[in-house]
Design a protein around this ligand. Structure first.
Ligand SMILES: CC(C)(COP(=O)(O)OP(=O)(O)OC[C@H]1O[C@@H](n2cnc3c(N)ncnc32)[C@H](O)[C@@H]1OP(=O)(O)O)[C@@H](O)C(=O)NCCC(=O)NCCS
Length: 192
């Protein structure tokens, strides 16, 4: 895995993927992903996002990096340079009961599902969180019926913690968690 940092923006290359900072011309690709009802099915109220809302989200992703020194990475396939979605770290402000916390999340274009890409990108983002940013614990939150995401969390070694409800949307969710020590001992990852 190769990693570069330039003015706070980090680029990580995994075997098949590049995790990088956001550019204005990512809006088209991102808007198409957010307009797919199958992709959005388990996100909050399950509504698709229009282009204006996606643009706001893109701006927020850029600001989060400046504010926290971590954030959601644009994920592209190295071989084609095609943007397939995002993965990375965020503060789950929609679920006040878990705060303070950092969550890991992912959202990919439907055409990219089922090839291990979310797991590959998330493994790189977890390592970034524990190793580069020194986080002590990373959680992940999914709709209780989101079995694909559950599977990704399991493959990352994140243990189920508890079920709860996102108050703003009455959304039933499960919370998974992984501590730095668990991460270090699980696969012999060096984090110091
Ligand atoms: C969740 C998501 C990122 C997964 O991406 P992906 O690249 O397909 O994930 P991976 O290939 O790394 O792993 C998916 C796993 O789920 C499994 N899976 C697929 N469909 C499944 C289903 N219906 N039930 C249970 N497991 C399923 C796959 O077999 C795979 O596990 P395996 O490697 O043990 O075979 C993608 O489906 C997505 O973007 N969904 C919409 C957005 C979303 O829900 N984001 C998460 C919010 S919490």
């Amino acid at each position: 895995m190769a990693e570069e940092e330039d003015e706070g923006m980090v680029t990580i290359e995994t075997e098949r993927l590049r995790l990088r900072g956001w550019r204005d011309d990512d809006l088209d690709g991102l808007a198409a992903i957010n307009a797919d009802p199958e992709v959005m099915r388990y996100i909050l109220d399950g509504a698709v996002r229009d282009r204006a809302r996606t643009e706001e989200g893109l701006r927020r992703m850029i600001d989060t990096w400046a504010e926290h020194g971590f954030g959601l990475f644009a994920v592209e396939v190295r071989e084609t340079d095609r943007l397939i979605g995002w993965a990375g770290l965020a503060v789950p402000v929609f679920l006040p009961e878990v705060l303070p916390a950092v969550e890991i999340g992912w959202r990919l274009d439907r055409g990219a599902w089922g090839q291990g890409y979310a797991t590959e990108a998330a493994q790189a983002a977890l390592r970034f969180g524990f190793h580069d940013r020194g986080l002590d614990r990373i959680i992940s939150i999914r709709h209780v019926d989101n079995d694909r995401s559950r599977r990704v969390m399991e493959k990352l070694g994140m243990a189920y913690a508890f079920d709860t409800v996102v108050p703003s949307h009455d959304q039933p969710v499960a919370v998974h968690a992984l501590t730095r020590d668990q991460y270090r001992s699980a696969a012999g990852h060096a984090v110091d």
